[in-house]
Each structure stands twice: as structure tokens, then as C-alpha cells.
Design a protein around this ligand. Structure first.
Ligand SMILES: *Cc1c(COP(=O)(O)O)cnc(C)c1O
Length: 408
């Protein structure tokens, strides 16, 4: 066995360069430990985390509920095989369907897989009920994952030619333009798939009238309405699911990110009448694995018992008012979002620099575009954490070179 000596930061970074496939620009720090709202790097620097593990660490870092579920279930049964039911699978499916307004659950490990499953179900619905219709309408600027089909569903302009040829059968239409969506419907359309708040696309919400219209179009033609709630679900927007803001129900809903609070877990939920797969048509080695199911059950129970969703609503409002105050002094515009899925705009090109300054000052924030800052902290964030975030942000704005140049 190769014995690895505990490497120092510099050596870790050199080794990363040598051994980790380059797929992302990452800052020259190495994360080592997390607790609640904070992470620590290998030099012992502390970071207040408003990236929240990419909208994943809903209960903060290393929450006790998750640790306990992992400890207990790993000593009981880790993996039973997808060929058998197991106790946590049934218990979690029952709890999840009872709180979500849906009837049936399929489980996977990542958001992309949950969306693949929704795409397959929509095509199956097309085959069985709509004369072989297979096209799915999605939105420009949307994000649905990185598998080939979900990349094809995604409406990111930069991905248009990437890894061609794309999976056939996706049409992209602009958000909140009902006429454009209506015009894209043909007798080959089997579903419409949308995020209620586009997360990766820069935090843009669908309007109520638009969503109502989509529901109507789907009902008119018997098409499935699919909500990708992978980022918006599990309390993130100040409701348990974002569709509750609109009072409009989907036929299929996909969940990921916060559902496992850091453990790889995702789900596709649907109504009984769309329980359409024949045995063997959909599955996966890790579907409904006992360890993941026990985590899901514990996370959802904790979320409900601690009323974390309400905290997301309250702290979201607090952050928005803090940002509004900052915007009187600094070039902050378009403060938007719901609950703790928030964003604001800064002058074009300033967002990455601002995020880099914040990192040096001990705050993790994310810039999904060169002019947008996104805030997606753990849902357990307190007012004190928000105050600390706002004061670091203020310091960072004062150091921003782009603004200094433009204000001369
Ligand atoms: C993150 C995300 C996905 C993809 O989830 P993965 O777990 O990265 O596969 C899909 N849809 C939305 C809305 C997301 O935010």
C-alpha cells in the first residue's frame, strides 16, 4: 500500500496540477474541514460560505443529522441492490411524496440523472399516449445538467456546439414569452420543462401568468409539465418547493442538491397516472440505496422540524434589504431572487474580481456570469452571518479596481 504523508498546501496544489483532470478554474486554496456556515482550508483560513457547496449544503457543513444517519445506516445496511426493496427506500418515498403533493418517487444520485429520468418519462408518455411525440420544450438560458441529453435540454448559448451532435428533440424558447412557447408546440411535443427560478442562468424567475399559461398549454395537448426544482427545492426559495409560490402543480418534478445536504442524492417525482415505465426501462445500480435513503429521510425531517424553510424566507428578506442599502453607495443593481436563491448585478466584468476579493477577505460567493453575483448560503444562516457577509462585501466593493477606474 502506498503511504501518503500528509501534504502541505503548496505540495497539494502541485499534486492537484499533476493528478486532477483540469475541468474548472479553482483558486489556490484547498478545503479541508467544514462546520455550519464555515469551511477551513489546509492553512487554517476560515471562510464564511455563501456558496453553500453550490446550493447543496442546505443544513450547513457536516450537519449532525446527516452524520447520525450515515453512522446508523452504514452500520445497518449500506447497499441492498436495486433488485430488492429496502426499508429506508420505502420510508423516504412515503415521506417525500406526502410533503411534495406528488405520488411516486424514483431515486438517483445526481440532478442530471433525475432530469434524464424525467426526459425518458416524457418520451415514454409520448410513445404511449401522444402518438410517438418526443420533443421537449425548454427555456433559453436554462440549466438541466451535464449528461448528453440534459446538456441538450440546457439552454446555455456557450454549449450549443459543445460535444456535438446533440441529443435530438429539444426546442429552446425565451423565458416569460408565452407566445414563443405556444408557437414552438407541434404534434411532436410531449413535454415542457422549466426551472421556476433559473439558478445557473443568473437567478431569473418565471412569472405567475407565464407559468399558468404553460400549465394550460400542457393540459390542452396532454403534454407533461416538468419542473426542475433541483436548485429551488427543499426550502431554498422560502417555500419547501418553489411551485408553492405560484400555486401551480407540475406533472413531474425533479429534485437534487439540497435533498441530500451534501450526500449524492436526487429524485424524480410524478403522479400515479404517469407511472409508465415497464420493468427494466429505467433503473440504476444506486437507485434507492439504503444509505442515501436514510440520509434523505434524516435531512427532510430536520428541514421540517427546524422550520429551515421559514428561516430561508426571513434571512432572504434581510439580505435583500442589506443589499438595497449597499446599492446607495456601490454599483449594485437588479437585486433579485426568492428566499436564499439571490443575485445582483455589478458592472460588466466586475463580478469575478469581486468574488476573488471576497475570497481573500474570508467570504465565499459565486459569480455565475461576469456581471452577476449569486448568493446561495446554507438555509441555517443567521442574521449575524448575513451582517458579516454584508460587511465583507462592503470592504470588497471599496477595493474593486473596475469601479475606482470608472468613477474617476
Ligand atoms: C445543479 C442543477 C442540475 C444538475 O445537477 P447535478 O447534480 O450537477 O447533475 C440540474 N438542474 C438544475 C436546475 C440545477 O441547478
Amino acid at each position: 500500500m502506498i503511504q501518503m504523508e500528509k501534504m502541505k498546501t503548496e505540495q497539494l496544489l502541485e499534486t492537484a496540477d499533476k493528478s486532477v483532470l483540469f475541468t474548472a478554474k479553482r483558486p489556490n486554496i484547498v478545503m479541508e474541514r467544514g462546520k455550519g456556515m464555515y469551511m477551513w482550508d489546509t492553512d487554517g483560513n476560515r471562510y464564511l460560505d455563501f456558496v453553500g457547496g453550490w446550493a447543496v449544503a442546505s443544513l450547513g457543513h457536516s450537519p449532525a443529522a446527516l452524520q447520525e444517519a450515515l453512522t446508523h445506516q452504514s452500520a445497518t445496511l449500506v447497499h441492498a441492490s436495486p433488485g430488492y426493496y429496502n426499508r429506508p427506500m420505502i420510508e423516504f418515498a412515503e415521506l417525500l411524496t406526502s410533503v411534495s403533493g406528488m405520488d411516486k418517487a424514483f431515486f438517483a444520485s445526481s440532478g442530471a440523472e433525475a432530469n434524464e429520468s424525467a426526459i425518458k418519462l416524457a418520451r415514454k408518455h409520448g410513445t404511449v399516449n401522444l402518438d410517438g411525440a418526443y420533443e421537449i420544450i425548454t427555456l433559453t438560458n436554462s440549466f438541466h445538467g451535464r449528461s448528453l441529453a440534459t446538456m441538450s435540454a440546457t439552454g446555455k448559448a456557450q454549449w450549443k456546439e459543445l460535444f456535438a451532435p446533440k441529443v435530438d428533440g429539444f426546442k429552446h424558447v425565451p423565458i416569460n414569452d408565452l407566445d414563443a412557447c405556444f408557437a414552438a408546440v407541434t404534434n411532436q411535443t410531449c413535454a415542457i420543462m422549466v426551472e421556476l427560478v433559473q439558478g445557473e442562468g443568473g437567478v431569473h424567475c418565471v412569472d405567475e401568468a407565464y407559468l399558468f399559461g404553460l400549465r394550460k398549454i400542457c393540459d390542452m395537448y396532454g403534454m407533461l409539465l416538468i419542473f426542475d426544482e433541483i436548485q429551488t427545492g427543499f426550502g431554498r426559495t422560502g417555500k419547501l418547493f418553489a411551485y408553492e409560490h405560484y400555486g401551480i402543480q407540475p406533472d413531474v418534478m425533479t429534485l437534487g442538491k439540497g435533498i441530500g445536504a451534501g450526500f449524492p442524492l436526487s429524485a424524480m417525482l410524478t403522479k400515479s397516472k404517469y407511472d409508465l415505465f415497464e420493468p427494466g426501462e429505467q433503473g440504476g445500480t444506486y437507485t434507492g440505496s439504503p444509505l442515501a435513503m436514510a440520509v434523505g429521510y434524516a435531512v427532510l425531517t430536520e428541514l421540517l422540524e427546524q422550520n429551515v424553510t421559514n428561516n430561508a424566507k426571513l434571512q432572504g428578506k434581510y439580505i435583500v434589504s442589506g443589499l438595497q442599502e449597499l446599492s446607495r453607495e456601490f454599483p449594485i443593481s437588479e437585486i433579485r431572487g426568492k428566499g436564499l436563491l439571490l443575485a445582483f448585478d455589478v458592472p460588466e466584468g466586475a463580478a469575478p474580481e469581486l468574488a476573488a476579493i471576497c475570497l481573500r477577505e474570508g467570504l465565499l460567493i459565486n459569480s455565475p456570469t461576469p456581471s452577476t453575483i449569486r448568493l446561495v448560503p446554507p438555509l441555517i444562516v443567521t442574521q449575524k452571518d448575513c451582517d458579516e457577509m454584508l460587511s465583507i462585501l462592503r470592504r470588497a466593493f471599496k477595493q474593486l479596481t473596475l469601479i475606482k477606474v470608472s468613477s474617476i
